[in-house]
Design a protein around this ligand. Structure first.
Ligand code: NAD
Length: 436
């Protein structure tokens, strides 16, 4: 035990020294990035990288050369991401938000009116598969297609049933028929359904081609468009087939939400509230004031930005949902079970789920917000169907499900409960027996 502690201290000291060297390296990278920008040189210089990798092995003993090469390759990739980030920040300083993943970096551009200027942010001088659905206003598709050199538009029927393996095949076939290559790209122009499906098609075509996401619902703008999860529904189950495939860029234009129905807008607001109430007390209080005074739409870009900052922080720390990212499932355990047995929208069900696992003082703050936004505060439960629809989380133990609870604004905790305990809590909350 003592030996382990001693070794860990030595690792910590080595990491501290490496952190200092890392900062020095990144500062130098910034100088190189500025030089390349001024001289119109590309960020990637394959010959230089190859020379560095080949020469690297002489620095370490032979038995560590493979590990060192892998380490250096990752360092080069991080340096490239840093150069790209510096370039994006210099070109679009007002609308830019960087997201780092295990495999690199992508920018989110957020500004009113971006759709009409998308070609200044995305590389569209190539074949572009635009995936959308028939609920997305046609004007948006026309505006975007007019900015692409060679657009192919696929318009699917709206609704979750389009997020299917059949449509993944249809998109792949369309790309083959239009001679798409690895140099071409896929663009999602729609809500989370379109984003998940188009992202999955991009991740598998030719083993992965560039994917841009232009989310057009509030839920997609604050939640599904970042984090890199793509999926299709299969075998009657939501999202069992999919991939982690970060987009090349996300373009968020809050003006696109003007055409959203109030119900869909409120559904997205439920997700925003979820992030604020579990992660950021100050944001929650700002949001609360805006909702209660009917000023949400005036401050929409700022609200979206604050929600994105939370999601960015979470996915940067835990891209693959090992721990922290599970907090984003607040409200979802009960939400999914309610969703299975009602016609309510996903976000409405999440809103109900949040009430069940909020402390009374938190619930008392949520209820007036739901009233303003027209979100449901209660639902009648068919107990057997509800219990059946609860997810069974094997990690938490045979009979337990891990739920996220919110005991105070801006915080969360994880708790393992049995399905019966969840059912009882939900039933008493929706019957108004849990104090508000
Ligand atoms: N990948 C992720 O991390 C993630 C996270 C959350 C949800 N999701 C997925 O997202 C999907 C739900 O997303 P959603 O709520 O955006 O639903 P959606 O994509 O089905 O869109 C809802 C409706 O809004 C319409 N619409 C879209 N943009 C519009 C606009 N600007 N004006 C008017 N109507 C418009 C659509 O036509 C559709 O009828 C689900 O499939 C869910 O699994 C994914």
């Amino acid at each position: 035990m003592k030996q382990l502690q001693k070794a860990r201290k030595a690792i910590d000291r080595a990491d501290t020294r490496m952190a200092g060297l890392f900062c020095r390296r990144m500062k130098t990278v910034e100088t190189i990035a500025a030089y390349k920008r001024e001289n119109g040189l590309p960020v990637l210089d394959p010959a230089r990288e190859q020379a560095m990798l080949s020469g690297s092995v002489t620095r370490v003993p032979a038995d560590l050369s493979s590990e060192y090469r892998s380490f250096l390759r990752h360092t080069l990739s991080v340096s490239r991401s840093h150069q790209n980030r510096m370039a994006d920040a210099a070109t679009h300083p007002d609308s830019f938000l960087p997201v780092f993943t295990d495999n690199g970096y992508y920018p989110i551009f957020l500004e009113r009116g971006l759709l009409g200027r998308a070609d200044a942010f995305l590389s569209l001088s190539r074949r572009v598969l635009i995936v959308t659905d028939d609920g997305v206003p046609d004007d948006y598709v026309k505006v975007f297609a007019s900015l692409c050199a060679a657009p192919t538009v696929v318009t699917l029927p709206h609704g979750e049933s389009s997020k299917s393996v059949e449509n993944w095949m249809a998109l792949s076939r369309t790309m083959l028929e239009h001679s798409f290559t690895r140099a071409d790209c896929v663009v999602a122009l729609g809500g989370g359904m379109v984003g998940d499906l188009a992202g999955f098609a991009a991740s598998t075509f030719m083993r992965g081609i560039d994917f841009y996401n232009i989310p057009t619902t509030l839920l997609a703008q604050v939640d599904s468009s970042i984090g890199g999860k793509t999926a299709v529904d299969f075998g009657g189950i939501k999202n069992p087939v999919g991939s982690f495939y970060p987009p090349k860029a996300v373009l968020i234009d809050p003006d696109l939400l003007d055409t959203l129905s109030p119900k869909l807008f409120s559904e997205g607001m439920a997700e925003v509230i979820k992030m604020a109430v579990t992660f950021d007390r100050a944001f929650f209080e700002r949001l609360e004031a805006l909702i209660l005074s009917d000023r949400v739409k005036d401050d929409l870009p700022e609200i979206i930005r604050s929600a994105l900052l939370i999601k960015k922080e979470v996915v940067e720390q835990d891209e693959h949902e090992a721990h922290l990212r599970r907090a984003l499932n607040f409200g979802h355990t009960v939400g999914h079970a309610v969703e299975a047995g009602t016609d309510l929208l996903h976000g409405e069900c999440v809103a109900l789920g949040m009430l069940v696992f909020s402390a009374p003082a938190v619930r008392a703050r949520l209820v007036p917000l739901y009233e303003k936004l027209g979100l449901p505060r209660t639902v009648s439960l068919a107990a057997a169907a509800f219990a059946e629809a609860l997810p069974h989380d094997k990690k938490a133990g045979k009979d337990k499900i891990t739920v996220i609870v919110c005991d105070g604004i801006g915080s969360f905790a994880m708790k393992d409960l049995s399905p019966m305990e969840i059912l009882k809590k939900a039933a008493s909350t929706f019957a108004g027996k849990e104090s508000v």
